[in-house]
Write a protein that binds this ligand. Sequence first.
Ligand code: GRF
Length: 199
Amino acid sequence: MSLEKPNTMKKKIVVLISGGGTNLQSLIDRLHIPENNVEICAVIADRPAYGLQRASEQNIPNFIIDRKQNKDRWTQEFLGKMDVFQPDLIVLAGFLSILHPAIIQRYKKKIINIHPALLPKYGGKGMYGLNVHSAVIKAGEKESGCTVHFVDAGVDTGEIILQRKVEVLPDDSPEKLQQRILNEEHKILVEAVKKILQL
Ligand code: GRF
């Protein structure tokens, strides 16, 4: 007997990415599996991104909605796709564009983001990628970590769902710290999705 649940029973997640998609891969490996009650129904990137290939390998529909176009048109196209996919949750997993307020309004408490620091510290505009970890090291912090939060109208300001601390070591480079934090991101993102969707 197959353990696969019929599609209609499954909760649906749309994942938004801008880059390599290791967080997406973690969601694929740990959640997007036949015996689970959830599926990644689409992956959307705002630019060409390696993560799209990860989606293709799993036959997950994937699209680029190019960030270089007019923001209103981007938003319309995105909302059109959401009408088709009807997600229960939208996950920003390394997604670098700011979403239009119309999207935030329509999907209140249904969009989450992963950030590589202990918010509210080291969040906001310009705080992405290695910038975050360089700032943490420069400030002489003893610990950093990662945060999953709901997305609201601000940048990295929404309600915190889960955080995980990571020690900053004396000989850390931004790259080394980034990698150790990324390993924890992969875990708490999955935990947060499970918590929200009650899986
Ligand atoms: C992660 O550090 C995430 O916190 C940040 O962007 C990075 C994306 O990594 N928002 P990946 O594309 O999931 O590998």
